[in-house]
Design a protein around this ligand. Structure first.
Ligand code: TRP
Length: 438
């Protein structure tokens, strides 16, 4: 399939916006703070940043170039680039599996976000005390009907956008709305920083206590890095297949990673001062953002408008991410199994909705999907992707693809060392250590 017959993104900002749209989502604003909180704060953040720079960016570049070189979805990509190495098709298979798991719990959390948008619009969040907010979250997330209905609505929206096609569906919205979300988060940071007792939150986030670093903390940091950047399962490869040759892939990966990390850290800065100011337990788990931020809206000027805008934009950020996940499954079903796009989308969305119901009903299923996808499937996918580009595709082809836009790209040598040795060994080690096998 050649470039012409595939949908493609228009221009540089379109590419970065779409990839950033995939990366920036609930992973940054919901998952990052709660995982930081559960893993002790500052030291986790440092390890996380190290993984983003040393492993995340190289793996993201690898995915982009696998996709663009093959012009295929992640499954077909390996088949095209290395027909005699069927082993690598496992990345595609694990990727499709991971997409199902992630979407299942992701759409549940996105459903919570919809409920909070609804509450915010009705001005029902602003007069609750901190304790009331916490028990509201608990009661709501443990109920069944509400979360299931919102989750179905969210899945429906995701499927509708995927059926609408790449350009029309994804590109148009992300370009305008994500910068607005960024501005709102910055304003929240300022308000949070002014709360009494904010200092403790800053210390928690930025003062590393290395005694808290254990094998499982490191694995969580790695998993969060993969999850937040949307790497390790072919989402970025699928997007790479839509990127034109004139784009610089290395710069794209770096810009996207910086944008993604910036938003996560800012979300942390908005949340942790408030966590301490309002006496919330930093390791409160998946409810952390929902229990914390309404307190900040409560005491700030324009709290109503900000709360509505924030939750609404968070829903949209979640949508641009969930769309990218569903796209992987749909590209696979339609390009590899020959299903019509519409049919593929409906089938996938229906199965995922059923899995989502399981996540609502059994919190153990939610946790299992969350843990397994981020900390097991994505890092394993990352190992395969790094080895594939490092050892199978090799330096010359990698360099050719990275320089296909016509410029020179530096650091290809370093990139190759990371992909061949550093990333596979480091991920393998962290993985084995984290699950207690080392
Ligand atoms: N990165 C997204 C977020 O932070 C979630 C996401 C989208 C994702 N596509 C992915 C995670 C692919 C892992 C793999 O919300």
């Amino acid at each position: 399939m050649n470039l012409k017959s595939r949908d493609s993104f228009s221009g540089k900002f379109g590419v970065i916006a779409a990839a950033a749209g995939s990366a920036v989502g609930l992973g940054n604003i919901w998952r990052f703070p709660y995982v930081v909180g559960e893993n002790g704060g500052g030291a986790f953040l440092l390890v996380y940043l190290l993984f983003i720079a040393a492993i995340g960016i190289p793996v993201m570049v690898s995915e982009l170039l696998i996709g663009r070189r093959s012009q295929k979805n992640v499954f077909g990509a390996f088949k095209t680039l290395a027909p005699d190495k069927p082993l690598f098709m496992i990345v595609g298979i694990m990727g499709v599996g991971a997409a199902f798991m992630i979407l299942a719990f992701y759409s549940v959390v996105a459903g919570w976000t919809l409920e909070y948008t609804y509450m915010a619009i009705g001005n029902n969040l602003l007069d609750m005390s901190s304790a009331q907010l916490s028990s509201f979250f608990k009661n709501f997330s443990e109920s069944k009907t509400g979360p299931v209905i919102w989750m179905i609505i969210f899945m429906f929206l995701t499927a509708a956008i995927v059926i609408g096609g790449i350009k029309k569906g994804i590109e148009r919205y992300t370009k305008i709305l994500m910068p607005i979300l960024l501005v709102i988060i910055i304003i929240l940071c300022v308000n949070s920083a002014m709360l009494e007792g904010a200092g403790e939150g800053f210390a928690f986030l930025f003062k590393p206590d290395f005694s808290k670093v254990t094998g499982s903390v490191i694995l969580e940091a790695l998993g969060q890095a993969f999850f937040s950047l949307s790497i390790g399962m072919g989402v970025i490869a699928t997007y790479g297949s839509y990127i034109q040759k004139k784009e610089n892939l290395l710069n794209t990966a770096i810009s996207v990673s910086i944008a993604d990390t910036l938003i996560a850290v800012l979300a942390g800065v908005a949340i942790f001062p408030a966590v301490f100011a309002f006496n919330i337990d930093p390791s409160a788990g998946p409810g952390l953002v929902f229990e914390t931020l309404p307190n900040v809206f409560n005491q700030m000027t324009g709290g109503y408008a900000f709360s509505v805008a924030f939750f609404l934009l968070l829903v949209i950020a979640a949508l641009t991410s969930s769309v990218s996940l569903l796209e992987v499954v749909v590209a696979y079903f339609s390009e590899e199994l020959g299903m019509r796009r519409v049919v593929a989308t409906i089938v996938a969305a229906s199965v995922i909705t059923l899995l989502g119901v399981l996540c609502v009903v059994y919190s153990s299923v939610f946790k299992f999907f969350d843990f397994t996808s981020s900390n097991i499937l994505l890092p394993l996918g990352g190992i395969f992707i790094a080895i594939f580009v490092g050892w199978i595709l090799g330096k010359q082809k990698t360099k050719d693809e990275l320089e296909a836009h016509g410029g020179k790209v530096r650091f290809v040598g370093i990139l190759m060392i990371i992909l061949k040795v550093v990333a596979p060994v480091a991920i393998g080690f962290v993985f084995l250590k984290g699950i207690g096998l080392l």
